[in-house]
Design a binder for this molecule. Structure first.
Ligand SMILES: Cc1cc2nc3c(=O)[nH]c(=O)nc-3n(C[C@H](O)[C@H](O)[C@H](O)COP(=O)(O)OP(=O)(O)OC[C@H]3O[C@@H](n4cnc5c(N)ncnc54)[C@H](O)[C@@H]3O)c2cc1C
Length: 401
């Protein structure tokens, strides 16, 4: 446990620390600052004290921790606007393999208010969770860093999971970092692969490193637990849903009050999302072969007829022909559509990293030796400006659009 120490002799009673404390844990007594039990040891007061009278004493990490106390694989069940994010189910699928490899249970960690948690817990079980640890509170109705992090930290400290996985979504990226920092453990962000080291049984976390030029496999230092990672949506496939599955729900209540949460949600303003590559069932993508911004016209026409999203290679994005939101690949989006149509894209390793798990890949390229043909389900050797209008015309006819 950390301790906040106030040196009474040094404190000048200037009161700078009082407004700096987000939790109202500081007050003045006989001209000297005093701290009460609301202190979360965030250190905000330490930074503002002009005479350095406040210090935060952190507990020294024990030389070794009892690894046997940590067991089970936990998946953070993320939800927003009344719906669980698919990435949580994808992680339950992958988590099953990890739990089997270490011989432990697969569990969900679910935070929310009373109205939502029951339904979400049932869904987590249907997708494979054997247990769901639920923290319930009106403070957890919507994602806010303070309340969610506190809830997760309390659950993790109490039940000691060996591995905790989060989706690398906006919420997951913010949340996992805060939880890892509070627990003083490691976090590997944006993983594209996970497995268990057969000898040590530690989690091997693979992610692009050095600007994506190498794939690094990271193992946490054994003295830090849990092992934590975020994983991009669509890296793993959805496991089958089975509503007849039974699981255990463990309920806890959050010991926190609204005044300890530093943010209030006033309103949600949805951004005008024009590109939804991640959820698209069909994607028509263009690469350097389209030759310029106007070269995306036949791509957009085919996408329009197929109700598809428009993707792009980095070469097309870097050339300024199409915005970055369309980029597919290692430094763009990872997609897993039913059909991916790659037009004028050579199929570099970095592009494949974002689309090779698509169910059906159609490649249109005038170079029969282009690497994209090695992973394509169907290949058309030809000029995209000839092939695409023919396809668009034919689909229009057949689909009546
Ligand atoms: C760290 C790093 C990260 C990267 N991240 C990504 C990423 O996220 N996504 C990504 O895509 N790339 C990424 N790249 C870049 C990647 O290495 C390739 O440079 C890029 O994918 C090439 O794009 P392309 O296939 O469109 O272009 P090219 O490789 O130049 O291929 C163009 C293709 O178009 C064909 N062609 C030309 N004209 C026509 C025509 N009229 N009809 C039909 N075919 C035609 C050609 O035969 C050729 O095969 C990354 C690179 C690095 C180093």
């Amino acid at each position: 446990m950390a301790r906040l120490l106030i040196d009474k002799d040094t404190c000048t009673g200037c009161e700078s620390c009082i407004p700096a404390c987000p939790f109202g844990a500081l007050s003045m007594k006989e001209g000297v600052a005093v701290v009460d039990e609301k202190c979360t040891f965030c250190g905000a007061c330490v930074d503002v004290c002009p005479v350095r009278a406040i210090t935060l004493e952190k507990e020294e990490k024990a030389a070794t921790i009892d690894l046997s106390a940590y067991k089970d694989v936990w998946i953070f069940i993320e939800h927003e606007f009344g719906k669980v994010s698919n990435v949580s189910f994808e992680l339950l699928g992958e988590g099953r393999k990890l739990a089997d490899a270490v011989g432990s249970k697969l569990c969900g960690m679910l935070l929310g208010d009373k109205e939502s948690v029951d339904q979400f817990a049932k869904e987590a079980i249907a997708y494979g969770a054997e247990k769901v640890y639920v923290m319930e509170s009106p403070l957890l109705k919507q994602y806010r860093t303070d309340s969610y992090a506190r809830a997760a930290v309390d659950l993790i400290r109490k039940y000691k999971p060996e591995i905790v996985l989060f989706g690398a979504t906006t919420q997951g990226r913010d949340f996992a970092g805060t939880v890892a920092t509070t627990l003083e453990t490691g976090l590997t962000a944006d993983c594209t692969g996970l497995d268990i080291d057969p000898e040590t049984k530690y989690l091997r976390q693979t992610r692009p490193a050095f600007g994506g030029n190498i794939m690094a496999t990271i193992l946490d230092y054994p003295n830090y637990r849990p092992q934590m990672a975020t994983v991009r949506p669509k890296v793993f496939s959805m496991p089958p849903r089975d509503d007849s599955r039974k699981g255990e729900i463990i309920r806890e209540t959050l010991q926190m009050t609204e005044d300890q949460v530093r943010t209030t949600i006033l309103e949600f303003i949805k951004g005008a999302e024009t590109v939804n590559l991640v959820d698209a069932e069909i994607i028509v993508s263009g690469g350097r072969g389209v030759g310029g911004p106007d070269g995306f016209k036949p791509i957009r026409e085919l996408a329009g007829v197929l109700n598809a999203a428009v993707g792009a290679s980095r070469a097309a994005v870097d050339s300024g022909w199409i915005p970055y939101e369309h980029q597919v690949g290692q430094t763009g989006r990872t997609v897993r559509p039913k059909i991916y149509i790659a037009c004028g894209i050579s199929g570099s390793i970095q592009h494949q990293a974002g689309m090779k798990t698509s169910d059906i890949i159609v490649a249109i390229n005038k170079d029969p030796e282009a690497p994209i043909f090695k992973i394509a389900t169907y290949g058309v050797v030809g000029d995209l400006f000839t092939v695409l209008p023919l396809l668009t015309q034919e689909f229009k006819k057949r689909l009546g659009r």
